[in-house]
Design a protein around this ligand. Structure first.
Ligand code: AMP
Length: 330
């Protein structure tokens, strides 16, 4: 089967890039490897193709993702109405690094369900595994250059967001795109897994802590509330739980699971939720959150609200189980 790519859309994105002298590429706050890798890869590809353009990949840096490359910190007020490319984020309030930026127009490239951002050229497709897959398709189907470093970052972003091609967002298109990426770039991809999966032993002990303390109810809903003291004890930051949550995907006793992590600095709880059945982003959106159908997050101010969310998620599991049982009976 041939991949159906909307070449016209990709060409329109390419044309906008080609005619802009200054470009800012931004992604969501609290970035994951896909957000970081796709942003840096697109910046580096544009810079390589058009060396005279000023191109910035913005947003706060994360030290553990430094292998992907450096981010830029331009003085937004001094930029000259740049083109803004928004990657991997559907809502304006979660775009990182665009304070006081007077952009000319937005190009949006995203695989989350649509929210308030609509690009002048808008490529929103929830069937893509990752923003990195989309950037990869853009580069492979236009005159943008694919360098070794760009290809490595794109590979890392796709592998990470699809959890090594094991999540529901993986399609034959994902494999086709990766095949073409590897064929054209000839990168040595096996050593790249070190970047994603090598971690200190203390983090493994933290995984053991989560496993030992995850509470699982009768509806196969699992959750853990991780306080700041525990993060300190295991020497991990408050972004670590969301990077580990996909590890729990293949556990028979769980259909939905949530990690609630205390964020002392911002005086809130960061919630990461994953599902193997019930749709969770609609529930998360009632608690200052959102995301994908089966991978969502939220930011919650009080434990009382956290408990309400936990009840709603457990209820969703119960309803899902009932539905499954009825289907089996029919
Ligand atoms: P995480 O569990 O942090 O990896 O996030 C899973 C998905 O939910 C990602 O697509 C995030 O962009 C999205 N997400 C996380 N937190 C929020 C939030 N507070 N509001 C909207 N979407 C979120």
């Amino acid at each position: 089967m041939e991949i159906i790519i909307n070449k016209r859309l990709l060409n329109n994105i390419y044309k906008e890039i080609k005619k802009s002298d200054e470009i800012v590429i931004a992604r969501h706050i609290g970035p994951d490897p896909d957000a970081i890798a796709s942003t840096i890869a697109l910046r580096d590809s544009i810079r390589n193709t058009f060396p005279n353009k000023k191109v910035y990949a913005v947003g706060a840096g994360v030290s553990k993702f430094k292998a992907y490359g450096n981010l830029d910190h331009p003085d937004n007020e001094k930029l000259n109405n740049p083109l803004l490319i928004v990657l991997d984020v559907p809502n304006m309030h979660r775009v990182d690094g665009i304070e006081n930026l007077n952009y000319s127009k937005i190009i949006k490239i995203d695989h989350h369900p649509k929210e308030d951002i609509t690009g002048f050229v808008d490529w929103t497709d929830t069937n893509k595994s990752s923003a990195s897959q989309m950037v990869c398709e853009l580069i492979l189907n236009t005159k943008l250059n694919l360098t070794k470093k760009v290809a490595e970052n794109l590979f890392l972003g796709i592998v990470s967001d699809s959890e090594r091609f094991s999540l529901k967002n993986t399609t034959y298109e994902t494999f086709d795109t990766v095949k073409e990426l590897l064929k054209q770039s000839k990168i040595d991809f096996v050593p790249l897994y070190d970047i994603l999966y090598t971690r200190p032993f203390s983090e493994h002990k933290f995984i053991a802590y989560i496993t030992n303390n995850l509470k699982i109810d009768e509806h196969k809903f699992g959750y853990i509330i991780i306080n700041d003291e525990t993060l300190k004890e295991y020497n991990v930051d408050n972004a670590t739980p969301s990077n580990l949550i996909n590890n729990y995907h293949f556990i028979d006793d769980l259909i939905v699971w949530a990690f609630i992590t205390e964020d002392v600095k911002n005086d809130l709880y960061k919630v990461s939720i994953r599902s193997r059945g019930p749709i969770i982003n609609e529930i998360a959106s009632r608690y200052n959150g959102g995301g994908h159908k089966f991978a969502s997050g939220a930011k919650i101010k009080t434990l009382e609200e956290v408990n309400k969310l936990l009840k709603d998620l457990s209820l969703a599991c119960m309803e899902y189980e009932d539905k499954e049982d009825k289907q089996k009976e029919e």
